[in-house]
Design a protein around this ligand. Sequence first.
Ligand code: FAD
Length: 499
Amino acid sequence: MGNRETKSDVILIGAGIMSATLGTLLKELVPEWEITVFEKLANAGEESSNAWNNAGTGHAALCELNYTVEKPDGSVDISKAININEQFQVSMQFWSYLVNSGLIQNPQDFIMPLPHMSMVQGEENVSFLKKRFEALSNNPLFQGMEFSDDPEKLKEWIPLIMQDRNLNEAIAATKIDTGTDVNFGSLTSMLFDHLKSKNVDINYKHSVNDIKHTSEGLWELKVKNLDSDTVERHTAKFVFIGGGGGSLHLLQKSGIPEGKHIGGFPVSGIFMVCKNPEVVEQHHAKVYGKAKVGAPPMSVPHLDTRFIDNEKSLLFGPFAGFSPKFLKNGSMLDLITSVKPDNVLTMLAAGAKEMPLTKYLIQQVMLSKEQRMEELREFIPNAKAEDWDLVVAGQRVQVIKDTEAGKGTLQFGTEVITAADGSIAALLGASPGASTAVHVMLEVINKCFPEHMLEWEPKIREMIPSYGMSLMENPELLHKIHDSTAETLGLIEKELVLS
Ligand SMILES: Cc1cc2nc3c(=O)[nH]c(=O)nc-3n(C[C@H](O)[C@H](O)[C@H](O)COP(=O)(O)OP(=O)(O)OC[C@H]3O[C@@H](n4cnc5c(N)ncnc54)[C@H](O)[C@@H]3O)c2cc1C
């Protein structure tokens, strides 16, 4: 047993975008609180938050068709899209605050402007897209969205996709120029550099193995120092479990009743990447299509321009896959060891219900490169196999829980689980993910520190001027915020340079 011990106000487990965001928010709200971080890898932002492990879409529901469903009466429900867009505006405001206050520099290292587009084929899909466009474009949050079913216009917008395309089927797209590509890995590293400069104690290569509530009402963590191979004990008044896919196991170890009857199901992501400049230069957008029948919502295919480490590339995918690991750097035993007496029935119910998903994932795993190229050719008809390589992305652990819809229901969103006394919180699930980190971490703060909210509100409003308000209902504030965040984050200037 190692003899290093610490006592902190706050412990953050995991150095991904969620812990980075929560740590930064708390440091602004209560600079005097002592914060300690434990991360099992050697650096911050190396799991799902790493740029190559996610799609880098600043999810604002500008292009993702799964956020706008068609209702039985044929109208399009845009309520989820509105929610996600409002949440993304919260992130944009917080990131602008960080840049304006000099807490992070060079926003171009983590965010770039990029048109977001949806593209569909076939009469029925075109009619859906048009209805979706009409419902969204009247809303201030989606102002500037254009629709076209004219192949000549589409050739201007997406030349690579329209080249050599057989046009005997109807085709249409929407385009909005206020979309973004976000390097969440780079942002995570910037935030941890900032936290380090504020004396946050960041411990890499430290794996949290156990969490227990002490008789004094503190949380005691058993942490393995992977360099010295010793076990340390660290205590805190408040613990945030931001372990990404690793969060479920840690939540189970905490023993809180709110963590019972919850299971996890891992879905892997695989992308194809193209770095051939001749191809890359012909595309400048994120273009989202429609999910195939039977595919889970996170498998909507899209063709994206990416900006990673000052290099432009194209990414296509994701193809889903199956691995029992809960983290890309996890263990093959993750799934089986997550089954506990309290969640076994929930897991079994989900297993029986989700056979079509399991079948779909197995089919996806078995795809050959040529079969993946065929799916890519639905986007780029003349794509050549030699221009494209496979990259394995991160793991998404979907939450399984008992809901009104039945026992063992698979959830595709994000779940914040907190103890009744607010002394511990865990984040499960991964969608819409990193884009809404600021909104989700404010939810953690709200749930866990209600007694401080009155005192903290003015500072939160300084960081996020629209805090607690609907921007959709305040179009003037929306425009003001939109213009100022675009300027601070360098989104207008670069738009001009790139076009
Ligand atoms: C294929 C794919 C595509 C995605 N696309 C998008 C997208 O386009 N836009 C978007 O907004 N989001 C996207 N997401 C979701 C987004 O990546 C995640 O929501 C986000 O990165 C999660 O951040 P996190 O901090 O919770 O987890 P992570 O970034 O995974 O960080 C968790 C950290 O905890 C550490 N850890 C785990 N267990 C322990 C332990 N016991 N002890 C110490 N450390 C531990 C891990 O090593 C890791 O560094 C995507 C995800 C995937 C997988």
